[in-house]
Design a protein around this ligand. Structure first.
Ligand code: ZN
Length: 269
């Protein structure tokens, strides 16, 4: 990372000073990796925030990220990390385009991690901006780390088709698996509300319903409700293979579950 920013660093006259700190930066990343793999990242960050937030090179490290990494010689590396996002999707919401890199541990509090690849995660603009710039020491508010937190293949995102005046609506919610710890479950609720995922998924679902209406209506009329239900489950199973906790998976299972929808409710949505 520093090599990619060398020209700019030399121009500022910071190259030598930064090289001197390189072993320390590498050690900081190694501690981060070991703690994150052990599920102890928050504890490590809490122990380091005091020293890191007043680091004498804070301004210079963060300026190097902003000027040389995002908008200078490091851009190729920036784009390479961004391109690691699966299907190019935001690692936070799974809906938006992964158009930016987010500092998992905010660089204002952790400047020694400003240029650490493991601390840079692809995210969409709204999720990046929606995340607090302040470091929270509250365990229930710890954001999930896409490289280290395993959210498993068990379903935790659900949707329900609700009848409302003049039609139907789809509401998304999270239900943490029973074997998750209390803290992990709380983190999931926090993640869902902090990034307004119910609302974001609701918009996606409403558009998808509009495009399904004709197909589902025709299938109901030609083959009956149970064939429609089986088709929805088949589509949901296919989505679940790719993303068991994607909004589309949750939506399709919810439609298959809704007697109202498969018996003609789709015409009113
Ligand atoms: Zn996002």
């Amino acid at each position: 990372m520093l090599n990619a920013c060398t020209k700019w660093l030399a121009k500022q006259g910071w190259d030598e000073a930064f090289r001197g700190r390189l072993p320390e930066l590498v050690e900081t990343q190694e501690r981060y990796r070991v703690a994150a793999e052990a599920g102890q990242l928050l504890a490590l960050l809490i122990s380091e925030v005091g020293a890191q937030s007043v680091d004498p090179d804070k301004g210079r490290l963060n300026a190097t990220y902003d000027r040389a990494f995002v908008g200078g010689g490091g851009r190729k590396l920036y784009d390479a990390i961004k391109a690691a996002a699966i299907h190019g999707s935001c690692t936070v919401c799974g809906v938006g385009e992964a158009s930016t890199l987010d500092h998992h541990a905010p660089k204002d509090s952790f400047p020694l991690l400003a240029l650490t690849p493991l601390n840079l995660v692809p995210a969409c603009g709204p999720c990046n901006q929606g995340k607090s710039k302040n470091f929270s020491t509250v365990a229930a508010e710890e954001p999930f780390h896409p490289y280290f937190d395993d959210l498993g293949a068990v379903r935790w995102l659900y949707a329900d088709v609700c009848r409302v005046a003049g039609g139907g609506a789809v509401e998304f919610s999270v239900r943490p698996p029973a074997d998750w710890s209390k803290i992990k479950a709380e983190r999931l609720f926090h993640h869902f509300t902090r990034h307004k995922l119910g609302k974001k998924y609701g918009y996606q679902a409403s558009r998808r319903l509009a495009t399904r209406r004709r197909k589902d209506t025709r299938l109901l009329e030609s083959s009956g409700a149970e064939v429609l239900r089986a088709t929805l489950i088949e589509d949901a199973d296919s989505c679940a293979v790719v993303d068991p906790n994607g909004w589309e998976t949750a939506l399709l299972y919810a439609l298959a579950d809704s007697d109202w929808y498969i018996n003609g409710g789709m015409k009113e949505i």
